[in-house]
Design a protein. Sequence first.
Length: 146
Amino acid sequence: MPQFLADREPGLPIDFALLGRLMQDSDGDGVGDFHDNAIHVPNADQRDTDGDGHGNIVDADFDQSGLVDFFDLAQFENRFFTQDPDADLNGDAIVDFFDLAILEGLFYQAPGASYVDAAPAAPMDITPLILLGMAEGAGAGMEGLA
């Protein structure tokens, strides 16, 4: 069974409507949810200075414990009014009250949501979904686009 659209059988039409539903962009930042490091908060720049897969805008978990708590607040306090890139949650080049407001909104929560929270274990084979959509008539009129 093919793993990617490019591997499909020649002549098999592509159901673009179904592909659009598979690649939704919940926050409207131009980055599809499957690759977005902050699924519900717009961040087109995808800033993730600590490289954990969660965008800075949704990641005040500075100690990487999986929960934003008082330990993170203590680390944040030590970085206040600096240019620390990890504590600069909104990306304006200064750790300030705007970042503190973001941290407050994330308190007692896990970082995210991000693509790393729901990443599939292996490449997703969407061929059955495409075929199912075509069988239900979603692919009608797409035959010439193969």
